[in-house]
Write a protein that binds this ligand. Structure first.
Ligand code: NAD
Length: 438
């Protein structure tokens, strides 16, 4: 019997039960989308706190409002649990757990492994399992499939398995989940077709590819492309500095070319769960095949040196005022890894704060989205109020993340000196002489 027929039917008439494993930045918006489309959705999360939050109709993700969650929780379309036993009653399980790096920058697949073990115990005929977590090519076939087949069930015959990378951009309201084309690769053609039918229910355009490996590779290509191009433009910033050329003006001029050029912008370094992490998954995999991924290594080296470059700009700025960094007060504005979100994972702002502290500066920070940060040695630093006094008392104010809440003219008017890592001060009508840009 073709297992795809009954599953396809259940998906098309929206009677299928859908499980989302991991209710974070990726899983929660996805759960919401399926629930809104009329599916019965069960979120499975290892965190009791997340499960309680959801049961109370609350969201901890900037892009998802409490009202949106409350609506689907109240109408019974979305529930959450810590228990994998819920999988027994589900037709689909989509894995959205973290894929971080270990301290030695090797892939940490322990979250995926533990999720798949949880699913395995309740896998039943007719089920579809999809991995959305970003990982190296081969993970679905080499890691997940053997664990699931330990049950005696056969892929493509008894159950389906596919990989479909998540491509959302948290904080970017221009591209909601529905509008981002969804790449889907199955372990077999049947698996690919069923997974495509699943996503057709909530996403406008599906991009089927021939294998899980291609789907895994496509996602890593996207993020490696960003990492390498950001690395290139960060090096161009260093080069422009040596030449006495404004890098921002240079990029704006180059970007007028109507073909063959895509503008990327320099900054304080890479942040977030994806761009600084994902290319290392590919490097690790290629190391096992005796190949060195040189572009990834070079981009990583340039990008991870940017916090040191920012600190060198602070040192130069203080030097101009005949002050040493030791004992000076430095105010860091914005510690999220990008504007208008409350995510501090891998943020270069943390490195900047720690390097400055190591040099003896008195560092404080403000971020409208992040109340506190955790530094080395478990030191907790709390966000200060962005008052006129705080601005005036700092010897140097460093704009690390240009949240749109920031009134840049007001900040510069009241700051003693400013280091701007994002070209946020391009809007200034006065006070440019106080500003050092990357
Ligand atoms: N955040 C992004 O912008 C983004 C974009 C595209 C792809 N991705 C990828 O998506 C994946 C998830 O990222 P995220 O940002 O949503 O992570 P996250 O940390 O925000 O959320 C992960 C959730 O999984 C839960 N979890 C961990 N282990 C679990 C387990 N064994 N069983 C059940 N729940 C478990 C955690 O409690 C957490 O709620 C990663 O592979 C990431 O690379 C992230």
């Amino acid at each position: 019997m073709d297992i795809s027929r009954s599953l396809t039917e259940k998906l098309e008439n929206r009677s299928a039960g859908i499980g989302i494993v991991g209710l974070g930045y990726v899983g929660l918006p996805l759960a919401l989308e399926f629930a809104r489309a009329g599916f019965r959705v069960t979120g499975i999360d290892a965190s009791a706190e997340k499960v309680t939050l959801l049961a109370e109709g609350r969201s901890d993700i900037d892009d998802v409002s409490n009202n949106e969650i409350r609506e689907v929780v109240d109408n019974g379309k979305l529930t959450a649990t810590e228990e994998y036993s819920a999988v027994a009653l589900l037709d689909v399980a989509i894995i959205c757990v973290p894929t971080p790096l270990s301290k030695t920058k090797d892939p940490d697949l322990s979250y995926i492994a533990s999720a798949v073990e949880g699913l395995k115990n309740h896998l039943h005929p007719g089920q579809l399992i999809v991995l959305e977590s970003t990982t190296y090519p081969g993970t679905t076939d080499e890691l997940i499939l053997p664990i699931l087949e330990e049950t005696g069930l056969k892929v493509g015959v008894d159950f389906c398995l596919a990989f479909s990378p998540e491509r959302i951009d948290p904080g970017n309201t221009e591209f909601p989940v529905r509008s981002i084309p969804k790449i889907v690769g199955g372990v077999s053609p049947i698996c690919g077709n069923v997974a495509a039918t699943l996503y057709q229910q909530i996403i406008d355009k599906i991009v089927p590819v021939s294998s899980t490996r291609t789907a895994e590779m496509a996602k890593i290509l996207e993020n490696t492309f960003r990492s390498v191009n950001i690395g290139l433009v960060n090096e161009i910033a260093l080069i422009c500095d040596k030449l006495g050329v404004d890098v921002w003006e240079t990029i704006d001029a180059a970007a007028t070319k109507p073909f063959g050029y895509i503008p990327f912008y320099p900054g304080p370094g890479l942040g977030g769960h994806c761009i600084p992490v994902d290319p290392h998954y590919l490097s690790w995999k290629l190391k096992t095949l005796d190949y060195t991924t040189r572009f990834i290594a070079l981009a990583s080296e340039v990008n991870s040196n940017m916090p040191y470059y920012v600190v060198s700009k602070v040192v130069d700025t203080l030097n101009e005022m005949e002050k040493s960094v030791k004992g000076s007060r430095v105010l860091v504005l914005g510690v999220a890894y990008k504007p208008d979100i409350g995510d501090v994972r891998e943020s270069p702002a943390i490195d900047i704060v720690e390097i400055l502290e190591l040099k003896g500066a008195h560092v404080s920070f403000h971020d409208p989205h992040i109340p506190e940060i955790l530094l080395k040695d478990d030191q907790v630093m709390r966000s200060v109020d962005l008052s006129v006094d705080v601005l005036r008392q700092a010897d140097c104010t460093v704009i690390v993340t240009d949240h749109k809440d920031y009134d840049i003219q007001h900040i510069v008017d009241n700051a003693v000196s400013v280091v701007d890592t994002r070209n946020a001060t391009k809007v200034l009508t006065s006070g440019k002489e106080k500003v050092t840009k990357l």
